[in-house]
Design a protein around this ligand. Sequence first.
Ligand code: GDP
Length: 448
Amino acid sequence: LIKAEMFGQLTSGLEAAWSKLKGEEALTKENIVEPMRDIRRALLEADVSLPVVRRFVQAVSDRAVGVGLIRGVRPDQQMVKIVHDELVKLMGGEVSELVFAKSGPTVILLAGLQGVGKTTVCAKLANYLKKQCKSCILVAGDVQRPAAIDQLVILGEQVGVPVYTAGTEVKPSEIARQGLEEAKKKNIEVVIMDTAGRLQIDKAMMDELKEVKQVLNPAEVLLVVDAMTGQEAASLVTTFNLEIGITGAILTKLDGDSRGGAALSVKEVSGRPIKLVGRGERIEDLEPFYPDRMAGRILGMGDVLSFVEKAQEVMRQEDAEELQKKIMSAKFDFNDFLKQTRAVARMGSMTRVIGMIPGMGKVTPSQIREAEKSLKEMEAMIEAMTPEEREKPELLAESPERRKRVAQDSGKTEQQVSQLVAQLFQMRVRMKNLMGLMEGGSIPALSN
Ligand code: GDP
């Protein structure tokens, strides 16, 4: 029962979904209804926040219906892979590395409610960075809880890093300033600032944090969140982010019987990634947050995932080889044409994302709309062709009657259909020339 160690309930909840797809031939709108209901229930029971569950289920359904089945892969296995990929996406995709200042000491400001493991994280983080050969200093800014200072001093000794303290009578922002001075004087690379938590979010805490942040100009403001808070976690991150502006979260106590909700919702709800996770009380128990490993753990089906990935790879290769063969023999037809243009269209939507990044907007929205419109028109015309016509475009080239029929059925003009047919033949020639050049030979004579 290894996979029951963490997120056990979520894992078994999802298993119900896979088992309902056993014996199916494909993923269809109808047969995913029940499994999607299982997935939804499992996520809600794991304390994933409702809007996140809704979006997630929608994304998985959209991808599952109409997905091309991979040869040799069963629909239930393919579903595992789709859910996995969407889980990874949900958690931010890539691992989010810590950011270091370009010059001067890097300041990492830690915030969080009382008892979440903030003071422990200070020591864990120092230990973690020390292993990366970075010198650290801990600054004791938790003036609410006198024991916190002693605790930090003891932890600092354990890790072997200096701890800057100024008692509980000094304002945290002043302690921060002094701690930073100390770091500069001693040429220490990273300042880790502990701050006071409260039992609940309150104004005094936020004001204190704002002041400290102002003084420190930190490279990272990390909110320490207890994974057991479940649903709460996501809204906590959101609130702290709105109030003080954070760069990420550290999720602690993932070794407990956390149900997983926090790990799954934080990024989607708050826009801030989980950067590190704590998995125990020992100093060593801190590690980067890897969305793909986390997804893998939740699903507990590593073997299925790698199997599907391999099968996908084989199919991509076969597809590419098939296409090459077709091009070489000038068999490139309207089915391939559609595949190609759709692949380009997918890149088109990426262009749109790139276009939203300031300073990178090269593609205008009207250009994108234009491209999308002409793709839709092309699709309509190709869909109006018979399978035979799609495979043998010559039929259309030779017969004005066929072109007329396609035009009528697709609601386009005959001229548009002629253009599309001409375009396909041009593409054949261009591709063949290109392949000829790539093979190192001269440009081959056209065969028709
Ligand atoms: P603070 O009030 O936020 O500074 O919290 P502390 O650092 O004092 O931690 C509160 C309690 O949680 C302590 O008993 C820690 O040992 C425990 N703790 C912290 N992180 C973890 C963790 O990742 N796993 C477990 N199991 N316990 C933790």
